[in-house]
Design a binder for this molecule. Structure first.
Ligand SMILES: C[S@@+](CC[C@H](N)C(=O)[O-])C[C@H]1O[C@@H](n2cnc3c(N)ncnc32)[C@H](O)[C@@H]1O
Length: 244
């Protein structure tokens, strides 16, 4: 395939993405009436995204074919390094974030509940050291309980209807070893701000909710929107207490 096909800065890539977005929005139950009942985590819709893409990353709305800049910068800033840490990447999609952590020397497990995403990530990174697995955040395997020093989540919490967030935080905590840390990269909003998801930008109260689940805050960065560019984001680091 022509190399330009994968150039995410090209107008052709943008046009294919816009076309896919229209179709995907029309299929998304959360876009129709705001209510998602039978399939609250919208797994069927996520499966349709990867299936309908037919190998074209332009048709996967979040696939940037590069690590998220906020995650990548965080990795680069770790003076003590990530060498040897056991890291879990949640909702890994096509794998770029997981690969970024693995390149820093971490032992990375990355999972997504869509099997096609996992197959695709493995195809993109055939020499990868990342252990890719199909799995559901709400049904983590026993072997992952308390098994990780760091969990990275980028854009998966904001893809969940707000009423699933506390359950999601509890699941994330369950996979952290005592003292382990959770890195969240997500769109941000004010508590009272009007918004219509998906995605559902996270309000500041998410950190209170996390605290109630036993995850205390180490740092919260509130990264403002760039006019004509990116949205407002949180980059937050939380910690599971030794006795939580
Ligand atoms: C918005 S995408 C972000 C993908 C990736 N983290 C990134 O930053 O490019 C959310 C991903 O999480 C996956 N996902 C959503 N809910 C999940 C769940 N309950 N368990 C596992 N994966 C989930 C979706 O299939 C999708 O690949």
């Amino acid at each position: 395939m022509d190399k330009g096909f994968f150039d995410r800065t090209s107008p052709e890539f943008a046009a294919r993405r816009a076309e896919a977005r229209k179709l995907l929005d029309s299929l998304d139950p959360a876009m129709q009436d705001g209510a998602v009942t039978a399939d609250p985590a919208r797994q069927a819709w996520f499966e349709a995204v990867y299936d309908l893409a037919k190998g074209d990353p332009a048709r996967v709305p979040w696939a940037n074919l590069a690590p998220h800049p906020l995650s990548q910068a965080w990795v680069a800033a770790q003076a003590e390094g990530l060498n040897g840490l056991r890291i879990l990447d949640v909702g890994c999609g096509l794998g770029d974030n997981a690969e970024c952590f693995a390149a820093a020397g971490a032992h990375v497990t990355a999972f997504d509940f869509v099997g096609e995403a996992i197959t695709w990530a493995k195809q993109r990174f055939p020499e990868s050291k990342v252990a890719y697995a199909q799995g559901d955040l709400f049904a983590l395997p026993d072997a992952w309980l308390q098994a990780f020093d760091l969990i990275h989540e980028c854009y998966t919490l904001q893809a969940l209807p707000p009423d699933l967030l506390l359950q999601a935080l509890a699941a994330l905590k369950s996979a952290l070893a005592p003292g382990g840390r959770l890195l969240i990269v997500a769109r941000a909003r004010e508590e009272a701000e009007e918004f219509k998801g998906p995605p559902w930008p996270l309000p500041p109260s998410i950190f209170e909710g996390a605290k109630r689940q036993g995850l205390t805050t180490l740092s919260i960065e509130d990264i403002p929107a760039v006019p004509g560019g990116g949205s407002r984001h949180w980059r937050a680091l939380l910690r599971r207490a030794e006795d939580a």
